[in-house]
Design a binder for this molecule. Structure first.
Ligand code: COA
Ligand code: NAP
Length: 268
C-alpha cells in the first residue's frame, strides 16, 4: 500500500473532481503515479485542479462538463480515453446539496439533486463502461450516510444517495464477470469541504456534527482518498458491491449517544 508509484501510468477519471473530497482523491492517485482526468462544470475549477495535479508530477486533464448532460459526459470520457487509454479507476462524485424541508422544496429543487447525484452517476458509469479496463477496473461511487440514515431536510440527498448505493450493488453484479469491481464510499462529515459548510454552517452546528462521531473528530480528505486507493489496489481484489462508511463510526446502525443520560452507579 505504501508503494509511492503504486498506480504508475494508470488512468484515473474523477467526475466532480475539481474540488473537495473528489479532488483529494484525484491528488492521491496523482501522487501515486497515475494519469488523472478531473471533470466538472466550471472551466476555471477544472483547469486549476489539473494544474495542481501536474504540480504533483502527474499527467493531467481538466475537462468541463455537466454530469446531467449525457453527451457532454461521453465526449469527456472519449477525450480522456484517447489521451490515457482504458480507464483503470473511475470515480463518480459529482453532487449538489443544501438543507431544505421537504414541504418547502420545489419539484425542480428535488429533481436537480436527483439529476446531478443519481442520474449523473448513471451517466458516468454507463457511458464509461466500454472504456473501462476489463478485467481490472475499479469503479468508486461517492455516496453519503444519507443513503441509509433518514436525515431531516435532506429528502433529495437521501433519495439520491440511496439510489447510488443500490446502483453500486446492481452494477457490481452485472459487471463482475467482466472483471470490473464497483464499490462506494460513504464519507462522514469531512472538514473544510463545501458539503460540511452547507450542512453545518455555524460553529454550533459544526460542534454538534463532531460530537456525534464516535472518534470525536471530523474526517480529512486523506481519510477518504486512502479508502479510494485501497479499493483500487490488489488488496481489495475480492471486494465488490460494498458501500463502505468512512465516517469515524458516525453512522453505526441504530447508534445512540447515551453519555448525557448515564450516571455512574457509584454516584447514583
Ligand atoms: N433550498 C431550496 N431549494 C434550492 C436551494 C436551497 N438552498 N438551492 C437551489 N434550490 C432549488 C432552486 O430554487 C431551483 O428550483 P426552482 O427552479 O423551483 O426555483 C433548483 O433548486 C435548481 O436551482 P439552480 O440554482 O438553478 O441549480 P444549479 O443547477 O445551478 O445548481 C445546486 C445546483 C442547486 C445543487 C447548487 O447548489 C450547486 O451547484 N451545488 C454544487 C456544490 C455542492 O452542493 N456541494 C456540496 C456537495 S455535497
Ligand atoms: P464539492 O467540493 O462541492 O464537490 C462537488 C464537486 O462536484 C465539485 O467539483 C463540483 O464542481 C462538481 N459538480 C457539482 N455539480 C456538478 C455537475 N452538475 N456536473 C459535474 N460536476 C459537478 O463538495 P464535497 O463536500 O467535497 O463533496 C464531494 C462528494 O462527497 C459529493 O458526492 C458529496 O455528496 C460527498 N460527501 C461529502 C461529505 C462532506 O462532509 N463534505 C459527506 C458525505 C458525502 P463544479 O462546481 O465545477 O461543477
Amino acid at each position: 500500500m505504501h508503494d509511492p508509484q503504486a498506480f504508475a501510468g494508470r488512468h484515473v477519471f474523477v467526475a466532480g473532481g475539481s474540488s473537495g473530497i473528489n479532488l483529494g482523491i484525484a491528488q492521491a492517485f496523482a501522487r501515486a503515479g497515475a494519469h488523472v482526468t478531473v471533470m466538472s462544470r466550471s472551466p476555471d475549477k477544472v483547469q486549476q485542479a489539473a494544474d495542481g495535479l501536474r504540480a504533483l508530477g502527474a499527467q493531467a486533464l481538466g475537462i468541463s462538463a455537466d454530469v446531467r448532460d449525457a453527451a457532454a459526459v461521453e465526449a469527456a470520457l472519449h477525450q480522456s480515453h484517447e489521451k490515457f487509454g482504458d480507464i483503470d479507476v473511475l470515480v463518480s462524485g459529482a453532487a449538489g446539496n443544501f438543507l431544505a424541508p421537504a414541504k418547502d422544496l420545489s419539484p425542480n429543487g428535488f429533481k436537480t439533486v436527483i439529476d446531478i447525484d443519481l442520474n449523473g452517476t448513471f451517466h458516468v458509469l454507463r457511458l464509461a463502461y466500454p472504456m473501462l479496463r476489463k478485467p481490472g477496473a475499479s469503479v468508486i461511487n461517492i455516496s453519503a450516510p444519507q443513503g441509509v440514515n433518514p436525515t431531516m431536510y435532506q429528502v433529495h440527498a437521501c433519495a439520491a444517495k440511496a439510489g447510488i448505493d443500490m446502483m453500486t450493488r446492481v452494477l457490481a453484479m452485472e459487471w463482475g464477470e467482466a472483471g470490473v469491481r464497483v464499490n462506494a464510499i460513504a464519507p462522514g462529515p469531512i472538514a473544510d469541504t463545501e458539503g460540511i459548510r452547507r450542512l453545518a454552517p455555524t460553529p454550533e452546528a459544526m460542534a454538534a456534527a463532531t460530537a456525534v462521531v464516535p472518534l470525536q473528530r471530523m474526517g480529512t480528505l486523506d481519510d477518504i482518498a486512502n479508502m479510494a486507493l485501497f479499493l483500487s489496489s490488489p488488496l481489495a481484489s475480492f471486494v465488490t458491491g460494498a458501500v463502505i462508511p468512512v465516517d469515524g463510526g458516525s453512522s453505526l446502525p441504530g447508534g445512540r449517544d447515551m453519555r448525557a443520560s448515564y450516571v455512574p452507579r457509584s454516584a447514583a
